[in-house]
Design a protein around this ligand. Structure first.
Ligand SMILES: [Zn+2]
Length: 384
């Protein structure tokens, strides 16, 4: 079976209009791509329709629908299932499904420098295989460890690999070049090039918080607009507006970890004093809890309070009504959420403002990896 990659970078953009009719324009090749996307999006991830139902749903002609379905069946991206008996006269019609098992994506999370994690997901974003590598604590991550992890995951794939994805801390440009990742000791690290030689497929490298908020929007909580705060080795946020990640001109949107809090007193690795990261990052909280195990709830509540203070202004600025706290589950828990909720309420609520809802991530530590894989699905198949 051969999967085609119709939407690789440089190919025509596909309108993202849900399951409604799409505007068609440009060349026959563009129209063909749009038709493929329309059909796949109608079925993705687990709906099933007959050919005639698909034609009605998408607004395409029966002939075009049948042609595109045949092409996608041949490639393995769709499969045929049971027959549906009509209510009235007529022949039973066979139902068509999206075939999530027809491809695989390798996705890795570099947000914990001491524990590299990777998964293989199917085309519905479901985790099929998992690998973790414990590394000695070091100031720098050797890129060869990422390549080794990727090789292990590629060996586990029992379907055609349509993409390799990496969620990393730090600043990543539109081409996937890691401009700077102080936590990993990297400057201008080109993982796209290094991983690209391992398999004949696209490589997507993205910021971990951006990936996590994309995952929460498409595979988790399902909000189209939200702020997600990632509590990991550092602290970062992802911003989702209308289902798209906002990355900013300099690709640094959501880098809230090094904003100085008014009552912060601890020196930060960035040279300033009192950054948010000195109050709520995983290493800081773990150390505080180790030193005072009985004060665990109070420490996490205080961290939630600081997060609430940090988020009140962007919440009001963007009119975002959902905040998700993600990252290390032992820290990003309900105690932290309740404190953040309470503080945001106190600081923002008025009779003019909508209520803001704060919650724990529904995807746990897998959020960033699943989100990076989701970006491959968007780039290659345009189903998200
Ligand atoms: Zn700092």
């Amino acid at each position: 079976m051969t999967l085609k990659f119709p939407n690789r970078p440089g190919s025509p953009n596909i309108h993202r209009a849900g399951k409604s009719r799409l505007l068609m324009s440009a060349s026959p090749a563009d129209i063909r791509l749009q038709n493929r996307t329309v059909i796949m999006r109608a079925l993705y991830p687990d709906d099933s329709y007959s050919r005639s139902e698909l034609a009605k749903l998408t607004g395409m002609s029966k002939v075009s629908t049948s042609d595109v379905v045949s092409e996608l069946l041949k490639e393995g991206l769709l499969s045929e299932g049971a027959y549906r008996t009509p209510h009235g006269p007529g022949k039973p019609s066979q139902l068509i499904h999206f075939n999530a098992a027809s491809g695989a994506i390798v996705s890795m999370d570099l947000s914990n420098v001491a524990r590299l994690r990777g998964v293989v997901v199917d085309l519905a974003g479901k985790v099929m295989h998992r690998v973790e590598i414990e590394l000695p604590h070091d100031e720098k991550l050797d890129a060869s460890e990422v390549i080794k992890l990727c090789r292990s995951l590629l060996k586990m794939c029992d379907a055609c690999v349509i993409g390799i994805a990496v969620a990393t801390p730090g600043t990543v440009n539109a081409e996937g070049l890691i401009l700077e990742a102080p936590k990993l000791g990297w400057v201008n690290m080109n993982l796209v090039k290094q991983l690209g030689v391992l398999a004949d497929c696209p490589v997507v490298v993205t910021n971990d918080a951006d990936a996590a908020v994309f995952a929460e929007g498409h595979f988790g909580a399902g909000f189209s607009d939200m702020i997600l705060v990632q509590i990991a080795h550092g602290v970062g946020a992802g911003l989702l507006i209308d289902n798209d990640v906002v990355r900013g001109k300099g690709f640094m949107a959501g880098e809230i970890g090094h904003v100085v809090m008014s009552d912060g007193t601890c020196p930060c690795v960035c040279g300033k004093i009192g950054c948010l990261e000195t109050m709520v990052s995983a290493p800081v909280l773990d150390e505080a809890i180790t030193n005072n195990p009985d004060g665990r709830d109070q420490i996490l509540a205080q961290a939630g309070h600081e997060l609430g203070r940090a988020l009140a202004m962007p919440v009001a600025l963007t009119n975002i009504t959902h905040v998700v706290i993600a990252g290390v589950p032992r820290l990003a828990n309900q105690t932290m959420v309740d404190a953040a909720q309470s503080t945001i309420d106190v600081l923002t609520r008025s009779r003019f403002m909508q209520a803001v809802h704060v919650q724990v991530s529904t995807l746990g530590e897998d959020a960033a990896m699943r989100g990076a894989a989701g970006l491959v699905l968007r780039n290659v198949l345009a189903v998200l």
